[in-house]
Design a protein around this ligand. Structure first.
Ligand code: NDP
Length: 400
């Protein structure tokens, strides 16, 4: 029988919800490229309920305990005395999520001799030292596509929020003001702007599709070029490099995974190649950017705004400079964990576990590392190596 250690974010401060704003969520059966949504044999939760917090347990407890397995769920993930660290010595499976990432570093993998499966409830397994997983024959899987559209919707919201100066204008309402000129002194229309995505995978392409009706000029760069049909349908301009893309765009959105090749892609040098007043949206991973360089660019006006939901480390310490930099629209890491997304990635986690215990193959598109090498989606989108260095800084966070 297996021991599964699952690290999830804390319940809401008022407790795990018992009622919800809506009675149901749309039933999504598939995605734009034909991939089907998760297909577990059964689920033990009601879609639309909170599943991603500690009490939600991804809806897994009954399923796992009925099969005789042991499930440990905790949010205590950082530092050597954390519950996560203490539970690793006999863990067979670790389930973690990017929003409140249990960093599975080489040191932690060395403490987990029985570990065979590291499963990400969501998309993005950069919080796992993939090189150590390769070296220790640990399978790494994630629920590809489960929250890609959730993020794409968030990106569109954040682009509009920055360009139209939504958050500062909302603040004037809360302050009792009616300060039109203060609100509009930094407010523009998106129409006619050049908008580019770094990476046109599931999220990047969905962002491009959603932006087309806004009558903007769409640009992208990616290691693999999209089909000529898609380029024509969306009237896309492809760029061979990130430098080329950012030099013409008014809005840049980052949608590639974090891996050694993309870490600190946006640094002081790259920022100087952008037009003055560029808006930068990053819902991919905090470490794609040099955080101090972003602050400098906002302070100098090189960037007109920066928004996103991803930080490094996570949770971000109270004194993280992105909490207080000018012209930002940051949220905690939430875009991929709406109640709608939780239902899909929880079902996907259940599907992977069913396959694992029944010794059936895991869908190729869910695999990142398998049999000692990058596999499936991982072989397509990641590079070998480790992007977890510095993650111990997450232990500095103290709860509000
Ligand atoms: P996909 O795998 O569908 O797309 C990733 C794309 O990035 C691929 O097209 C890949 O190109 C491209 N890419 C990889 N390396 C580079 C590079 N060096 N330069 C340019 N492009 C590159 O994943 P998704 O679109 O679903 O997700 C992307 C990322 O978004 C995730 O890895 C995760 O980090 C983040 N994410 C964030 C969430 C949130 O809640 N904020 C939730 C979900 C995801 P190719 O394959 O052609 O080589």
């Amino acid at each position: 029988m297996a021991k599964i250690v699952c690290v999830l974010y804390d319940d809401p401060i008022d407790g795990h919800p018992s009622t919800y704003a809506r009675d149901a969520i749309p039933h999504i059966t598939g995605y734009a490229d034909g991939q089907t949504a998760p297909t577990p044999q059964a689920i033990d939760f009601t879609p639309g309920e909170m599943l991603g917090d500690v009490s939600g347990e991804l809806g897994l407890r009954k399923f796992l305990e009925d099969r005789g397995h042991t499930l440990v769920v905790t949010s205590d993930k950082d530092g050597e005395n954390s519950r996560f660290d203490q539970e690793l010595h006999d863990a067979d499976i670790v389930i973690s999520q990017p929003f409140w990432p249990a960093y599975l570093t080489a040191e932690r993998i060395a403490k987990a001799p029985k570990l065979k499966l590291a499963l990400t409830a969501g998309i993005g397994s950069d919080h796992v030292d993939l090189q150590a997983a390769i070296d220790n024959n640990i399978t790494v899987a994630e629920i590809t596509y489960s929250n890609s559209i959730s993020v794409a919707e968030h990106v569109v919201m954040m682009i509009l929020g920055l360009v139209r100066n939504y958050l500062p204008s909302y603040q004037w309402v809360l302050k009792g003001g009616w300060n039109i000129a203060d609100c509009v002194a930094r407010s523009y229309d998106l129409e006619g702007m050049n908008v580019g995505t770094v990476a046109a995978g599931r999220i990047g392409l969905a962002v491009l599709r959603r932006l087309k009706p806004f009558e903007v000029n769409l640009h992208y760069t990616d290691r693999h070029r999209l089909s000529a049909e898609v380029e024509a349908e969306l009237n896309l301009t492809w760029h061979p490099t990130v430098e080329s893309l950012v030099s013409v765009c008014d809005v840049v959105t980052l949608n590639c995974p974090l891996h050694p090749e993309t870490e600190h892609m946006i640094d002081d040098v790259m920022l100087t190649k952008m037009k003055r007043g560029t808006y930068l949206i990053n819902t991919a991973r905090g470490k794609l950017c040099d955080s101090d360089a972003i602050v400098r660019a906002l302070e100098s006006g090189q960037l007109a705004g920066y928004a996103g939901d991803v930080w490094f480390p996570q949770p971000a310490p109270k004194d993280h400079p992105w909490r207080s930099m000018p012209h930002h629209g940051m949220t905690p890491h939430i875009s991929g964990t709406s109640l709608s997304a939780q239902a899909r990635y929880s079902a996907g986690v259940r599907e992977v576990l069913e396959c694992w215990f029944d010794e059936k193959p895991i869908r190729n598109e869910y695999l990142i590392v398998d049999a000692g090498q990058l596999a499936g989606a991982g072989a397509h989108s990641y590079s070998k190596g480790n992007a977890t260095s510095g993650s111990e800084e997450a232990a500095k966070f103290t709860k509000a």
